[in-house]
Design a protein around this ligand. Sequence first.
Ligand code: 6R9
Length: 648
Amino acid sequence: MLKNWIHRNVDEREYLDYHRKAVKEYQQHWEVIARELEWFSPWTKVVEETDKAHVFKWFVGGTTNISYLALDRHAKTWRRHKLAFIWEGEPVDEQGRPKEVRKFTYYDLWREVNRVAYAMRTKLGLKRGDRIAIYLPMIPELPIFMLAAARLGVIFTVIFSGFTAENIANRVNDLNASLIVTADGVYRRGKILRLKEIVDESLKFTPSVQRVVVVRRLGGELSLTQRDVTLDELLKGVPPNTYVDPERMESNEVLYVLYTSGTTGRPKGMIHDHGGYATLLHATMKWVFDARDDDVYFCTADIGWVTGHSYIVFGPLIEGLTSVMYEGTLDFPAPDRWWSIVERYGVTILYTSPTAVRTLMKFGDDLVKKHDLSTLRIIHSVGEPINPSAWRWLFEVVGGSRAPVGSTWWMTETGGIMISYLPGLMLVPMKPGSNGYPLPGIDVDVLDESGNPVKPGERGYLVIRNPWPGMPAAPTGVWGDHERYVKTYWSKYKDLFYAGDYAVKDSDGYIWVAGRADEVMKVSGHRIGTYELESVLVAHRAVSEAAVIGVPDEVKGEVPIAYVVLKTGNQPSEEMRKELVDWIRKNYGPIATPRALFFVNKLPKTRSGKIMRRLMRSVATNSPLGDTTTLEDASSVEEVRTAYEEFV
Ligand code: 6R9
């Protein structure tokens, strides 16, 4: 029988020993952790594969509700008066202090979520199984709506507030959502972004949407139609002591769907559930962040991405932590915004990204040293590999050489952290840039093309061998498309989850994830498919064909560059270039702004007509072309080369 390891500190030997056991007896391992949560009724089976291949159910038959785990559980105890969220808005006063700070105790948050859930049910008629989209910026109403929906068993998808009308429409239509929650706008770098207007534009293409709820972040004029209702209006007459019984959700019922980019096609809606997902978050909050009651936790991500879902909203709340949330950007009003937040609230745990670190490093150490960051005790990064200089800067300058700095590997699909140093369980010597060992119970391997483990130190493909709670959930893994789920993750290798990343396992067993092995970019940590940008480009009236590749960038990690073939009758020009760059900004979002856009007569293609992005990337990174036997026309590569060389 495996012991309960969740609160124990162990040494490396014990850990590896346990790891070996936990991989084999993973069912027991996860069961012990799941028992630490609260269940309305127990499960009858720990895990089973459903009739849909590679879709597993965890804690089958057990009932719970993640909103209950995140709120009610704490509202019943002394934590009711503990702060759940400290939120600060972007605008500052003359002294540079935030004009608006909102603080929510667990009791406040629980109350607010109950009121919103009540209004959603009684005034909007939403019930278990219905679908809604949430297009909100980083304001407290975002987690409130996520938790209220979860409480009712209403399935939600959060759409990153930097996305455009087209992105909203695609997601809303895929989910067939009946409601969008948005805000009048948000402050960003001293400017105002009007989100409601973007939603209005998307509504032309979203026949399923019946109502729009508008949160008033800015105030002032707002044009509303019959379809719209403000949150204030919605909550009118809903008493402060309203209580809504959380739905008894079977562990595997859908909590949310989050869209993420892949190699081809539109973003896939990854499904996460209540029970298994909560279990993974609980384990990782304990082990990776060593979450304790006196911590102040700050995850710098946006809730619109999976990191924010798991590690701003659900994970920290399940642990009863106090966390900081902010509106705006890291560099406004000055590039010490984060350091002033750490100082202002005494942040002890920082979860951030390599791209942000590289941005902030450029402003020098003085901006950091101006602030008292001595409270920091644990630092982690996520989103892309961390380069040694960024690691060193986080460790020495930010953490004062006191706090361990880790790089947690995971992805939207995994639901939570899979590979990481575990300061809350054991601490092995850290190697800057490495992710460390996989979590206990997670069986990670690095394979060559034919499925054999590569030698230590050699590069291969990252796979996960056994199921884990938090994995893409029932009924279909990918919303409405089980086939795509199987094809994307379970087809490269038989019965193994293929992550799409390159990785190295070194002779000590440490994992070093090197980056995507497919046509997916990580631009400032944001996951963008090259295919998606190509689709946006070819939708332009003047574009006949387009190819997009990611090239290395010192700060952003990777940035897109685009090659465009124009339709006859259109001439390459500076105006056309600008127009197409703006087109991408407007139809995908500013995060995907290409660094360069080139006009060519022909794209390098295989004889069967597939664009050879690999060759284009070789040109852009000045590396050998490799095998070109399938190339249809060698002059196309030369054209790409000339265009690129003229640019650099
Ligand atoms: C959480 C998140 C997933 C992709 C993943 C990999 C990259 C994330 C990383 C990392 C190296 C780390 N990635 N964390 N690479 N070291 N610590 O980022 O989810 O947006 O779905 O992206 O991000 O390439 O495949 P998501």
